[in-house]
Structures are given as C-alpha cells and as structure tokens.
Write a protein that binds this ligand. Structure first.
Ligand code: 13P
Ligand code: SF4
Length: 303
C-alpha cells in the first residue's frame, strides 16, 4: 500500500470508529501530518479531557495514553505501539516515591507528566514543561519533592525560593545534547537564538536564549524576527517549525536528538490499531481516581 492510500484508509477508519488522532510534536512527520491535533503533553491531555470522540488514537508514548485514559475513562484509548515507553518515566516507581514521601512527611509531591499513572496516583499535583513554574508557584508549602526530571526541576527551582527535593531522573534523549556542541553552533551562527527544552542538561539550558515546552517553541520562533534558530529538543519538532515558518531556517543542535520511542509509531501501526481496535491502554479505577486528582489540580491552573 502506498503512503497516500494508507493515509486515506486511516482517515476513513477514524471516521468509521468515531475516533480522534492525537499526535505529540515528536512523532514522525507522516504521523503528525494525518493527526487531527498535534501538540505538547499539556495540550494533548486537555484535548483528551474534552473530546467527544469515542476513541482516542494516541500517537505518543505510554504515559501519554495513560493520561488520556485517566481523563477520559469512558473512551477507548489506543496506543498503536505498546512498546513506546519513556525511559525517564521508568526512572521512578510508585514504591520508590512512597519511600521518599515517608522520609519527608508533609512535603508535597509535584510530578512531571512524564511518569506512570501509579506514580501520579502518589502525587499531589502534576506539571508539564509548559506549566511547571506556575504549578510550583501555586503550592503554599516551602518545600517540594519534584519527580522524576531533575533537569526540569532544577530549571524551575531557579525562579522560586522553595526548597526542591529533586528525583534523580532525566531524559536520555535531551541529556545527549552537550554544551560544547551548542557553544560551537552559536559561534558558527552569530545572532541565531538557541531555543531549548528544560529537559536539557543545566549546562545546556544556561546557554539558551529561550527555554520552553515544544509548543512554546512554535510560538517563540513564529514571533521572533530572527531568520535562523538553533533548536535544542527532539527532531520531530522540525516538521511543524519548517511548515509554519517557510522563510526561516532551523538547525537541530545535535543529530543525537532523536527519541527512539517517539519514532516507533508508523502509519502501518496506526492503521493496524484502528482495524484491530488494539492495543488498548486502560488505567484501573484504584489508580485512576488518585492520579486524576493530581492531573485535575494541574489542569485547574490556567495555561
Ligand atoms: P512537552 O510536549 O511537554 O514539551 O514534552 C516533552 C517530552 O519529552 C515529552 O515526552
Ligand atoms: Fe521520554 Fe525523553 Fe523520549 Fe520524551 S523525549 S518520551 S522524555 S525519553
């Protein structure tokens, strides 16, 4: 089957199944192209919460499909590749988090959405890279546990006087970007803003002209007068950046900025998921209810 007929079949199946296709900004170009909605983790969670489709085809990684299942329990959530996980999310388990909470009684837990539903269920509130600072500022306590991303946590900590107990997790994809490489690119491209994701190492973040979520990058690059940008996040972001800004140039800061998990989902996988109506991601009620509390508390904070 050609890509074009595969895309046409997927569109027809989406209609037939009353399904909506949500795709994260890091997905393969051709998957973003057929998505009903592309976005960052926060935007996709919000879509999942409000859609009136009966089926959500989540093109992203496992924790994102879990969030959709938590927020929309009456919908069928399909994750075309069940093996698309997130190594950062796997760096914290609910049991490990419980142990730390026992050592720090009364200290609330702020958890990055890049985490399992079971970890969210042990958390007071969730955050994404787009709202992490607002979420932390909404807490009245002077100390917080921040899990699992130590890079995002230490970036946010700079803007508050709260004491952070940082979990030792990180994103292996963003961590591969080294400061020396960025310095060299900046020297070669004077005047080109370096825009990076807060999952990058603090030594890389320190070199940034702008630090933001993936959606924040689209906004920043569109509004900026600059004609060339150095991009410090996963390569999938380039597709929409180029499409929305045909007169601008985007340099990926490193060819290593590719998340193997985000690249797993192909058009064939999406097609197969819609035909077989599987794999389904469903969070059990005893985990879903407390996890939803943490997500709802986050979603109540205006974007
Ligand atoms: P955002 O979409 O929140 O910027 O997320 C980055 C990410 O690494 C998702 O896995
Ligand atoms: Fe996880 Fe990093 Fe991949 Fe996002 S880019 S899914 S945080 S490994």
């Amino acid at each position: 089957m050609t890509q074009e007929s595969l895309k046409a079949d997927i569109k027809a199946l989406l209609k037939e199944r009353k399904a909506v296709l949500l795709a994260h900004n890091y997905m393969r170009d051709e998957v973003q192209e057929i998505a009903d909605i592309t976005g960052d983790s926060l935007a996709l969670s919000m879509e999942a919460a409000k859609t009136d489709a009966e089926v959500i085809v989540f093109c992203g990684v496992h924790f994102m499909a879990e969030s959709a299942s938590i927020l929309a329990p009456d919908k069928t959530v399909l994750l075309p590749r069940l093996d698309a996980g997130c190594p950062m999310a796997d760096m914290v388990s609910a049991d490990e988090l419980k142990k730390l909470k026992a050592q720090l009684p009364g200290v609330p837990v702020v958890t990055y959405v890049n985490s399992s539903a079971a970890v969210k269920a042990e958390s007071d509130i969730c955050c994404t890279s787009a709202n992490a600072l607002k979420v932390v500022q909404s807490m009245t306590e002077k100390e917080i546990i921040f899990a699992p991303d130590k890079n995002l946590g230490s970036y946010v900590a700079r803007f508050t006087d709260k004491k952070f107990h940082l979990w030792e997790g990180y994103c292996p994809t963003h961590e591969r970007l080294r400061p020396e490489v960025v310095k060299e690119l900046k020297a070669q491209n004077p005047g080109a803003p370096f825009v990076c994701h807060p999952e990058c190492n603090p030594a890389v973040v320190a070199l940034a002209d702008h630090v933001c979520s993936t959606t924040g990058m689209y906004d920043y690059c569109k509004k900026s007068d600059a004609k060339r940008f150095i991009i410090g996040t996963e390569a999938g972001i380039l597709w929409r950046l180029k499409r929305e800004n045909p007169d601008k140039e985007f340099i990926l800061a490193s060819p290593a900025l590719i998340c193997p998990n985000m690249k797993l989902t192909s058009l064939e996988d999406v097609h197969e998921a819609l035909v077989s109506m599987s794999p389904v991601v469903k969070v059990p009620e005893e985990v879903r209810i407390p996890a939803k509390r943490a997500l709802d508390r986050m979603l109540a904070i205006p974007r």
